[in-house]
Design a protein around this ligand. Sequence first.
Ligand code: FES
Length: 154
Amino acid sequence: MSPSISLTINGEARAVALDDPRVTLLDLLRERLDLPGTKKGCDRGQCGACTVLVDGRRVNSCLTLAATLDGAEITTIEGLALGEELHPVQAAFIENDAFQCGYCTPGQIMSAVGLISEGSAGDDPERIREGMSGNICRCAAYHGITIAVQEATR
Ligand code: FES
């Protein structure tokens, strides 16, 4: 029998079998738990596309071994909206055109949610840019992203 871990994912308690101790949280979410909203970009901690919240803190899920997370609470982009009601950060991204192709957007939004709850940047654009610097946007939608995070912070 495979070892298993207990996770709470987007509010739902789940026992997850881990037949490979090397599986990352990113691959677990996308390939085994049918949660493809979290994106794989570089797969080496450089782009932020895979950002999720673990116990409320931002992590690169591509660098996080699932086996280390027994008992953790994971929030992914799929867990942000309440039914039809978007999370304020999601709404602010739409209102401010804070994306172009959209591939990095789930990671950007999860990072913004984490940054806002850390409370370290406030609505200061310089500090928001610094706080979001781990999330790369190849379309360079940074201006809209910063405005969206500012708006969602207020
Ligand atoms: Fe994880 Fe790029 S896919 S940081």
